[in-house]
Design a protein around this ligand. Structure first.
Ligand code: NDP
Ligand code: A1CAB
Length: 262
């Protein structure tokens, strides 16, 4: 894809996508332009990723064939109001904000605007992101195919009906944070037993990566894979028992409910 890709805002999520596109998606830094507010971010993004940077949102809006709105949801109305007239009719607008509907974005840009609402996550940085997408009716089949391959450059893609989008953040956008806590907790448990800290992080992280790959690639139910680790009267089932006694699954489900309430 030789299109120009613009980012309005390039904080944690924008940078994860930028890095994923460049390192894993085959996009040249020359084809990316990004804005931020502070010189600190502008300089960091230019030095780290080698992309073009500017403070000028309008310039990015007018030059981009694909335009990511990578600012916080509460910045959307002001930012869109500012760039609306500068976005070309054929430009594809990608929203990544929690809770900003296709209808609202389309209304703000104008009825002909081509918009794809997405929920990405930060593992995009290492080419293992998950991007859940929902396009508006102005996106053609061929544009959708091109955009899916752009998103696939930095991870997996799933298309859903827009009414599902509000349910996605808890299991995809936010969920890497719970997994980091789990990895850290397992490493702490190992350190408590005398395992060196670096080794503890390597082992707990690899366990999560390997287990995730088993679920994705073996086609087996997670319960079956769990059963395969639990020797009768062995040590693993004792660990599972301790987790269940403390409400592990219920706690995770409750956490996700709190996430969506917000
Ligand atoms: N973080 C995550 O894991 C995920 C985030 N998201 C979504 O991504 C979006 C961005 O979140 P995140 O990256 O975490 O937030 P950050 O605060 O890290 O990044 C926001 C960026 O927007 C820039 N910015 C703020 N106002 C403007 C403006 N008026 N014009 C141009 N740039 C501006 C900031 O500039 P500066 O750096 O100079 O302050 C910063 O670079 C949100 O909508 C969030 O819902 C979605 C899924 C996961
Ligand atoms: O916590 C947040 O609001 C953002 C949205 C999804 C992940 N992080």
């Amino acid at each position: 894809m030789t299109k120009k890709i613009g980012f309005i805002g390039c904080g944690k999520m924008g940078q994860a996508i930028i890095n994923g596109m460049i390192e894993y998606g085959g996009i040249s830094p020359d084809h990316i332009i990004a804005t931020a507010v502070t010189d600190k971010t502008i300089e960091y993004v230019e030095d780290t990723y080698g992309v073009q940077v500017t403070h000028d949102n309008k310039k990015v809006a007018s030059e981009s064939d694909v335009l990511y709105l990578a600012v916080k949801p509460y910045h959307y109305p002001k930012v869109i109001d500012d760039i609306r007239k500068h976005v070309r009719e054929e430009t594809i607008i990608v929203t990544i904000a929690l809770g900003v509907s296709l209808k609202d974005t389309t209304l703000m840009f104008g009825e002909k605007a081509k918009v794809i609402r997405t929920m990405p996550n930060t593992p995009s940085h290492v080419g293992e992101g998950m991007t859940v997408i929902s396009p508006n009716d102005n996106i053609t089949d061929s544009e959708l195919a091109d955009m899916k391959s752009l998103f696939q450059g930095y991870g997996q893609v799933a298309q859903v009906d827009e009414k599902m989008m509000d349910k996605i953040p808890a299991v995809s956008g936010s969920s890497p944070a719970y997994v980091y806590v789990f990895i850290e907790a397992m490493a702490d448990g190992a350190v408590k037993q005398g395992v060196p800290r670096d080794l503890a992080y390597q082992l707990s992280s690899q366990a999560v990566l390997g287990a995730a790959k088993m679920v994705l690639e073996s086609g087996k139910h997670p319960g079956e894979l769990k059963d395969n680790v639990c020797t009768p009267a062995g040590s693993t089932i004792k660990a599972i028992d301790a987790l269940e006694q403390r409400g592990f699954r219920g706690t995770v489900m409750q956490a996700m409910e709190e996430c969506l309430k917000k």
